[in-house]
Design a protein around this ligand. Structure first.
Ligand SMILES: [Zn+2]
Length: 372
């Protein structure tokens, strides 16, 4: 009898599995077909395999980073299905996102008879994890972090199938170590941190400010901080509003930091545009430290600056460590776990629970057994 109550389920990555590629997962449950995220590869503009998508009932967006939403520009190639995103993601996003339908940051909606539940994922403003189809369905973590200062995190719900952000593989160092190291550098002179204002940049501002280090923020950081602070959507942790307000109010002009000491937080995160691009040239010329905190694409200017030894990489955690992956699996209790956003060779180094047998189109039949 149980088999009649549990729907069959299939999950197919159109991108995002077996390599560090954009997010896009096709989930079919109860006869409905959903795309979880529709990203593009930021460095190359590469899109997921949309020719394999078929009819799509809805696109559900976890958060507004390009590798999760950049592919929305190709929405008409899959018949323009409705897109769902949280109010904060819509407010900070471009045209296709602004007209999206509402996905609560913590709540429940029904699409085509399928239950969709969400909670915050601690990664960026308005970022959520998504459960499709209740406990017999899929829990998609989106990008998530349990070490965030500003953005709230809700404990995810159980599901039969877990698609989890495993970007950092077996990496297990606490964020605190990086914060201490960068704070030491910023105390001894000017430090340039090209960063993403729609996420880690604002977290960094709070950490440095609370360590009494002068900070400068580019216009993009200030604009996004204001929108987050002005909104009343409950996307921030308790007391994070005061902490972010204090950091923004204390920000000084970057020239002041450049001529003495402190941290300059400037977009974009790979110094390919914006103030970080301009300042990177000056910093490298003066042999001042430039630190990238997210892994830059190999062929980008940032990748080359690191390879030549002029700039450096130091990870600022905004994704889960190995201990967080283990914790999430304990919470979700899945039958199958798909570790997303990680190269094949790195997946093999994960604990055995995370290793999925050559996934291209993995199904769970109603009795819970796996078939291909
Ligand atoms: Zn992200």
């Amino acid at each position: 009898m149980l088999g009649l109550l549990i729907p069959s389920l299939s999950v197919r990555p159109l991108a995002g599995y077996g390599e560090k590629s954009p997010a896009c997962f096709l989930v079919e449950i109860e006869g409905r077909r959903f795309l979880l995220d529709l990203g593009e590869e930021p460095a190359t503009g590469r899109l997921p395999e949309l020719s394999e998508a078929g009819h799509i009932d809805a696109v559900l967006i976890s958060h507004g980073h390009a590798d999760h939403v950049g592919g929305l520009r190709a929405l008409d190639s899959i018949g323009n299905p409705p897109v769902y995103a949280s109010a904060m993601v819509r407010a900070l996003g471009d045209a296709p996102l602004r007209s999206a339908r509402d996905l609560p940051v913590r709540g429940r909606i029904t699409i085509g008879g399928v239950e969709i539940e969400t909670g915050q994922s601690g990664h960026a403003p308005g970022a959520v994890w998504i459960r499709v189809g209740g406990p017999a369905g899929v829990l998609y973590s989106g990008d998530f972090s349990r070490e965030g200062t500003l953005f709230a995190f809700d404990v995810p719900l159980p599901a039969r199938y877990l698609i989890v952000d495993a970007s950092y593989g077996t990496y297990d160092e606490p964020l605190e170590r990086t914060v201490d190291m960068l704070a030491r550098m910023a105390r001894s002179g000017p430090l340039l941190l090209p960063t993403q204002p729609n996420g880690r940049g604002l977290e960094m501002a709070v950490h440095f400010h609370e360590r009494n280090i002068p900070i400068a923020l580019c216009d993009n950081h200030i604009a996004i901080a204001r929108r987050v602070l002005e909104s009343d959507q409950g996307v921030l942790n308790d007391n994070a509003t005061d902490r972010l307000s204090a950091a923004v109010a204390a920000a000084v002009d970057y020239a002041r930091v450049e001529s003495s000491y402190g941290a300059i937080l400037a977009a974009d995160g790979s110094a390919a545009s914006g103030l970080s691009e301009t300042l990177q040239a000056t910093f490298l010329e003066r042999r001042l430290p430039v630190i990238f905190t997210s892994t830059p694409a190999e062929k980008s200017g940032a990748g080359e600056a690191i390879a030549s030894g002029h700039a450096h990489f130091s990870r600022w955690n905004v994704h889960p460590r190995l201990r967080d992956l283990r914790w999430l699996v304990e919470c979700v209790q899945p039958d199958i776990t798909m570790p997303a956003f990680l190269r094949k060779g790195e997946i093999e180094k994960l604990p055995r629970d995370f290793i999925v047998p050559a996934v291209t189109d993995l199904k769970l039949s109603p009795d819970g057994s796996r078939d291909r």
